[in-house]
Design a protein around this ligand. Structure first.
Ligand code: ADP
Ligand code: ZN
Ligand code: ZN
Length: 730
């Protein structure tokens, strides 16, 4: 043992074990210094190597095994600042996850893989004196000529070239070969100009901004306002304040909210480079945004869930748009909630968090009631837009054609006749959710999931929406050979067919995961409709964003499925979705109308929504949650397990429960083991054990030793298990 310093590196590795690992310092790295903490190291692990982060230094355990040496120290400075490092340690404890896995989650892929931090300085190009003289001699109309002419007006940044000049790299290479252009490093943008496009804020917007400005340090503000009420304008001005003070701003948007239009709007209005972070970016780009924020070169980052792991050395503000959106909760691996983690970071950073939504999460409203958040409201739509009229269509005993009532057809016909656009909303893709034998009752189920298969392709194909299994539609019933196999219920594909039959001359666009695989595709898709009168049919992909000024009619035809669901959040989610979709109608100066087609016009949720809007639904749902002992009044943790056999799942969950009960206080309720809502999926049995407690710290304290013990159970090796703290679906 080369015991020169007697100091071991405590390294967090991205492996599913609840501990860190000790290594001797790399042979050639010089003396160990305290600021090695937070740097990456390459270490031998098992038969291979791993990249980990030094999380501590100390003497090796006296009677431990002989330590291996780390292979290399990869950074010359800590990668994670003090705040981010501490916040991630908190997250690992809170989610009961290995620290190494949490740290790996926070790093962009290329850094996780051990590569060097990428170049982040902004570069631009300018003409050399020889280039300026040569422009007139370049072939007229050629790409190099056109590019050179633009550069005559001044240097252009590579970001600008990317946005505005198609295929500029090839043209630039041609110029560079003749030394007509040169590359230059651009100074970091700092001056914040006045924004010529800023509208004068209305009273409510101004009051919201004034409240934000009046505070100091960490605080949370909930900005509640319907779509189009001007929330984004408030964000923009708050971010400009922050930039003027020399600080950085982080903006989180939901998965489907981050469209090129969103970025464009922020870029156009802020006058500084706006960096992006989302799953559609290449690894190198993500790393560039991350590092640029870490170095303070980038001032504004707009991103989806994982952007919450961006370093903010000069933090000024965190904005979370559509804070109620389910995409902020990661549903596998480390099950964190980006909104909740944002609050933890903001507290550590001493900065405000601005949450925005038309339909705040019940958790957030509860925090308002408890005095923890400041409530700001935007009651009116900005500009001239009026709220849409909402009408419940009672379709009991009424004739339905492919699931659509005659009133819906009539309203669409009238809408088209006015030269406007209609949206038919149904949150179910495919042709029909099930295939049934009319003679014997057989139905097509997925053998690996025990759930009905969805009929697709006009009835020719069956697809399991849970595991992706596909089958051709059988020509006759496999049980009784009858030919009366009938699709049951309606998906977007079937509605599209029905609407095309009824309105053969109207342009018709379907938007769901089948027709639209990429986020940019929605825009292209919608652009084909333009301003023409026409019909849109789609799933919740159509519920947000995408300004459609000529859309005046929204017909929701899947209301009933949400009214009777076992999920304790179903009411909240349905109300949010209805308000969201309704918000699409009548954005500009045309009045909008929303039709809710239902067999349950007297359902309390619908009556409450119509009578008192979202706040009334929220009050109703909160009262029910309190009575039933659900969040936000009780805190939950869900132990999930899956395995090839049900027995393995049951054994593990039973042993897990046996360990919990006497160790945990009685105030923690244990429910289960029970089958998961989908007891089988893709051929694997699934089960769960639910823990509930009114006091979060008590639950947290009890989880820690219990989870550590689960790793030691023999039965744990036969299952895939995970713990979900604050699960959003059970
Ligand atoms: P939200 O984010 O709540 O959906 P936006 O901020 O996008 O609302 O505002 C909706 C529309 O109204 C946008 O076109 C925006 O430019 C415009 N708008 C917002 N605030 C004002 C204002 N005070 N005066 C005029 N137009 C405004
Ligand atoms: Zn049959
Ligand atoms: Zn399946």
């Amino acid at each position: 043992m080369s015991d020169s310093s007697g100091i071991a590196l405590r390294v967090a590795l991205p492996v599913p074990l609840p501990r860190e690992f000790d290594y001797l310092p790399p042979a050639d790295a010089g003396p160990v210094r305290p600021d090695w903490v937070g740097r990456r190291v390459r270490v031998p692990f098992g038969r291979g190597e791993q990249i980990g982060i030094v999380v501590g230094l100390g003497p090796p355990a006296p009677d431990g095994p002989e330590l291996k040496s780390a292979l290399a120290l990869l950074d010359d400075a800590p990668l994670l600042g003090e705040e981010l490092f501490a916040s991630l340690q908190w997250l690992a404890r809170y989610t009961q996850s290995p620290l190494g896995e949490v740290l790996a989650l926070a790093l962009p892929g290329v850094l996780r893989a051990g590569q060097q931090a990428p170049e982040t300085r902004a570069y631009g190009w300018q003409l050399t004196p020889a280039g300026a003289a040569a422009v007139a001699g370049l072939r007229a109309g050629s790409r190099p000529r056109r590019l050179a002419e633009r550069l005559l007006l001044g240097a252009l940044s590579e970001d600008t070239l990317d946005i505005h000049v198609a295929d500029w790299r090839a043209a630039l290479r041609a110029l560079a070969k003749r030394a007509l252009v040169e590359r230059l490093a651009l100074p970091a943008a700092d001056a914040v100009d006045e924004d010529p496009h800023a509208p004068t804020l209305n009273d409510e917007q101004a009051a919201a901004l004034a409240t934000l400005r009046a505070g100091d340090g960490f605080r949370t503000l909930l900005l509640e306002g319907v779509t189009g009420s001007g929330k984004t304008e408030v964000y923009l001005q708050a971010i400009r304040d922050c930039l003027r003070a020399g600080k950085q701003a982080l903006v989180l948007v939901p998965e489907i909210g981050l469209t090129p239009q969103t970025l464009q709007r922020f870029r156009a209005r802020l006058g500084v480079p706006v960096h992006a972070m989302h799953s559609g970016l290449a690894d190198g780009e993500r790393a560039r945004s991350w590092i640029a924020m870490a170095r303070g070169e980038a001032r504004v980052l707009v991103g989806t869930r994982s952007a919450i792991f961006t370093p903010l050395p000069e933090a000024g503000l965190i904005v979370i748009d559509e804070e109620h959106d389910g995409s902020y909760k990661q549903q596998d691996g480390i099950r964190y909630h980006a909104r909740d983690f944002a609050l933890v970071r903001a507290r550590a950073l001493g900065i405000p968090v601005l949450l925005g939504s038309a339909t705040p999460a019940l958790e957030s409203l509860h925090n308002v009631l408890a005095g923890r958040y400041t409530h700001l409201r935007l009651g009116k739509r900005a500009g001239d837009a009026k709220p849409p009229r909402v009408r419940v269509l009672d379709v009991r005993k009424r004739l339905l054609t492919h699931g659509l009532s005659q009133d819906v057809f009539a309203a669409i016909a009238a809408c088209l006749a006015r030269g406007e656009q209609a949206l038919v909303f149904k949150n179910r893709r495919g042709y029909a959710p099930a295939l049934l034998c009319h003679d014997c009752g057989w139905s097509a189920t997925c053998k690996r999931c025990d759930t009905p298969m969805t009929v697709h392709a006009g009835g020719r194909t069956l697809i399991c929406h849970h595991c992706g299994a596909r089958a051709a539609k059988p020509p006759s019933c496999p049980d009784c050979a009858s030919l009366s196999l009938q699709p049951q219920g309606f998906g977007t594909e079937r509605l599209e067919e029905a609407l095309a039959t009824r309105f053969p001359d109207a342009p018709l666009i379907r938007v769901d995961r089948e027709t639209t695989r990429h986020r940019d595709a929605i825009e292209k898709h919608l652009a084909t409709l333009g301003d023409r009168p026409g019909i849109l049919v789609g799933t919740q992909m159509l519920a947000k964003g995408h300004d459609l000024p000529r859309l005046t009619l929204v017909a929701v035809v899947g209301v009933d499925e949400g009214l009777y669901s076992a999920d304790f959040r179903a009411g909240e989610k349905l109300a949010q979705l209805l308000i969201q979709v309704a918000g699409r109608a009548g954005r500009a100066n045309l009045p909008g109308e929303v039709l809710l087609q239902t067999h349950h016009p007297e359902h309390p949720l619908l009556l409450t929504l119509l009578g008192g809007g979202y706040p009334a639904v929220a009050a109703l749902e909160l009262a029910q949650r309190e009575a039933a002992g659900f969040p936000p009044y009780e805190h939950l943790a869900l132990l999930r397990a899956e395995a090839p056999t049900e027995e393995a799942v049951q054994t593990f969950l039973r042993e897990a429960k046996e360990r919990a009960r006497p160790a945990m206080p009685d105030a923690i309720a244990l429910n289960g083991p029970m089958p998961a809502p989908m007891a089988r999926r893709a051929g694997r049995a699934r089960g769960q054990l639910l823990l509930a407690c009114a006091q979060r710290p008590m639950l947290q304290a009890a989880l820690r030793p219990w989870v550590a013990g689960l790793y030691e159970l023999k039965s744990a090796r036969k299952v895939r298990w995970s713990l979900d703290v604050d699960p959003i679906d059970l």
